[in-house]
Design a protein around this ligand. Structure first.
Ligand SMILES: Cc1cc2nc3c(=O)[nH]c(=O)nc-3n(C[C@H](O)[C@H](O)[C@H](O)COP(=O)(O)O)c2cc1C
Length: 224
C-alpha cells in the first residue's frame, strides 16, 4: 500500500514539474512574441492615428509632429466627454494654426458617437471624422466617410456660418443634409460639432496657450 502511495506521489510530482515547465516555456514564448510584435503594433497604431488626423487637418496647415503635440483636455459636457480626452495642436513654424479635438455625440441612435473635429484658429471646421459608433448599418452609418461623403459638409463651417439657429438638420429647419428615415444620427452629429465649436470659442485662449489646455475649466453642464 505504502509503495503505491509513494509511486502515486512521484507521478504527481513528475506531472507537476512537467506542467510547470510547460507553463514556463509558454510564458517565455508569449512575452517574447509580445516583445517582438508590440513595437510593430504600436507603429501601426500610430500610423492609423496619423492618417485619421490628416483627414481632419489639411497637411498644408501644419509642419509639426502632430502625434507628439497630443495634450489632455479635462472632461466637458460641450465635448460630450466624461473622461479626459485628447487634443492635438497643429503648427506651421512657431504659430499655432489649428487644433484637433476628440468629442462625443451622446444621443446617436445607438448611443455615443465618437468624433475627431479639426478647428482652425479662426474657429472654422477643417474636417470631422467619426472614429466609433453603433449606428444601424445601412441606416445611420452614412456618417462614416467610407460609406458616404455626408461628413464633409462640415468643412469650412463655423459658429456663425451658418448662424446658430441653422445648426440643425434640414428636416428641423437647418442647413445640414440628412437622409430621410435616418435623422437621429445626423442630428446628434450636427449638435456635437456645433457644441465643440462653442467649446473652442469659449476656451480658445486657454486651448492655444503655450502651457496647453491645463487651465481649461471642466464644465459638466449639458449644453442647451
Ligand atoms: C431597427 C431600426 C434601426 C434604426 N437605426 C437608425 C439609425 O441608426 N439612425 C437613425 O438616424 N435612425 C435610425 N432608425 C430610424 C429612427 O427610428 C427614426 O425613425 C428616424 O431616424 C427618423 O427619421 P425621420 O425623422 O426622417 O423620420 C432606425 C429605426 C429602426 C426601426
Amino acid at each position: 500500500m505504502i509503495s503505491l502511495l509513494k509511486a502515486a506521489g512521484r507521478n504527481a510530482l513528475r506531472t507537476g514539474v512537467i506542467l510547470f515547465a510547460f507553463a514556463l516555456v509558454a510564458t517565455a514564448l508569449l512575452s517574447f512574441t509580445f516583445a517582438r510584435t508590440e513595437p510593430t503594433i504600436e507603429r501601426s497604431r500610430q500610423a492609423e492615428k496619423r492618417a485619421l488626423l490628416n483627414q481632419v487637418l489639411p497637411p498644408a496647415l501644419y509642419d509639426n509632429d502632430l502625434l507628439a503635440s497630443q495634450q489632455s483636455v479635462p472632461p466637458d459636457a460641450s465635448l460630450g466627454t466624461r473622461q479626459p480626452s485628447a487634443m492635438w495642436i497643429a503648427r506651421r513654424g512657431e504659430s499655432i494654426t489649428a487644433v484637433v479635438l476628440e468629442a462625443i455625440a451622446p444621443d446617436g441612435y445607438g448611443g455615443d458617437i465618437a468624433l475627431l473635429i479639426g478647428i482652425d484658429v479662426d474657429g472654422s471646421v477643417t474636417g470631422v471624422r467619426v472614429t466609433a459608433h453603433r449606428e444601424t448599418p445601412g441606416l445611420g452609418d452614412y456618417i462614416e466617410r467610407a460609406k458616404s461623403p455626408w461628413i464633409e459638409q462640415f468643412v469650412g463651417k463655423s459658429r456663425m456660418n451658418p448662424v446658430p439657429r441653422y445648426w440643425r438638420v434640414a428636416k428641423d429647419g437647418g442647413r445640414f443634409d440628412a437622409r430621410a428615415g435616418a435623422t437621429i444620427t445626423p442630428r446628434a452629429v450636427v449638435k456635437a460639432v456645433g457644441a465643440a465649436l462653442d467649446y473652442f470659442a469659449r476656451n480658445r485662449a486657454a486651448l492655444l496657450a503655450e502651457t496647453g489646455p491645463a487651465d481649461v475649466a471642466s464644465n459638466q453642464e449639458t449644453p442647451p
